[in-house]
Design a protein around this ligand. Sequence first.
Ligand SMILES: NC(=O)c1ccc[n+]([C@@H]2O[C@H](COP(=O)([O-])OP(=O)(O)OC[C@H]3O[C@@H](n4cnc5c(N)ncnc54)[C@H](O)[C@@H]3O)[C@@H](O)[C@H]2O)c1
Length: 422
Amino acid sequence: MATTKRHDVKDLSLAPEGVRRIMWADRQMPVLTAIRERFEHEQPLEGRRISACLHVTTETANLMRTLKAGGADVVLCASNPLSTQDDVAAALVNDFDIPVFAIKGEDNDTYYSHIEAAVDHRPQLTMDDGADVISVLHSARREQLGDIIAGMEETTTGVIRLKAMEADGALAFPVIAVNEARTKHLFDNRYGTGQSTLDGIIRATNVLLAGKRFVVAGYGWVGRGVALRARGLGAHVIVTEVDPMRALEALMDGYEVMPMAEAAPIGDIFCTATGDKHVLAREHLAVMKDGSIVCNTGHFNVEIDIPALQELSVETREARNFVEEFKMPDGRRIFLLADGRLVNISAAEGHPAIVMDMSFANQALATEYAVQNASSLEAKVYPVPTEIDEEIARLKLETMGVAIDALSEEQARYLASWDEGT
Ligand SMILES: NC(=O)c1ccc[n+]([C@@H]2O[C@H](COP(=O)([O-])OP(=O)(O)OC[C@H]3O[C@@H](n4cnc5c(N)ncnc54)[C@H](O)[C@@H]3O)[C@@H](O)[C@H]2O)c1
């Protein structure tokens, strides 16, 4: 099946604003820029067809430009119906000649038809944020599986799904788990999501964080960042967890830790960051205080039981952009942000470019690595090679003007020995 439409974006006249913002982000992405310059010269992706399914943001635009500079024939669709920046989509089509299938606020059918359109490109490489393209290829498009050299996966939830596929023997081609690179999750998941999640909550509500009880569900990389930044704005942070190690870490980092059943009636703002389902369940929603704000920054919009919230309420209305009010029979109101989707990318702009520089440097270099090593990779989930990860950290420090010490020969010998005592 061939793609009949070259693109599907909201409005091409938005392109000039998209270009301005893409170039603004580009200034904060020096590592990716250096890769793009090398790619232009070396053409490591020459003639390779890539279907990317990522949040359509300014930073993603710069990744697409980099892949294209490397010789790839790339198309892009959205990895979330609410995260598309329409001006960026327009600019990619209009000014960079990259087909995009994405419209902010698209319904579910359009969302999936856009993924289909990206798969119609007959990719040899896939790039996912949540494994949607890989899912379609393994279900409705199995006849295309043989074309694929490898896939790249951006986020924790996608990697968990792909590892489950590998364990079941269902994965048909190699995938590189970009999320597992330290230059990705230590910075993007923690500092990027930490800052942009608070940005999304504040832009949507203009709430004052100081003095509020802010409940973070999940103390993984994302939860740690959200808790840190909420505390920085003066909130009293409560963490809920299911993992004793992570709960202990949260406690010793100075947060209050308790089950959600205890947090639900006392919290003011709730933010889920688990990658799990119904973390804010009916019984929690039923006992929340009047005015409670609930939102999610985990990958899928299943962390809050929205159907239960709808059933519990007698009336709903849009209170502000990205804020839906649910009125309970006793008059209490609960405010749901961004339909329970990633609040940082729906109600704000997602991670700052300086962080995405490292995540997308990993994407670009992992793609090059997959092409170069295609013959030796099996249908497994692979980490990003350590050399790539460390090179990105080195380059990032260099572009930030930060120098570090190097081991002397004596120190290197000492650290590698077992016979030199105190
Ligand atoms: N918003 C963004 O831009 C963004 C960025 C990166 C990752 N993500 C997504 O955020 C989610 C979390 O990612 P991460 O890297 O922090 O993962 P992680 O695995 O490091 O952390 C998840 C934590 O949630 C805990 N958890 C699971 N079920 C729970 C429950 N019922 N109650 C309380 N805690 C529970 C786990 O024990 C774990 O500590 C994933 O879905 C990931 O894809 C979003």
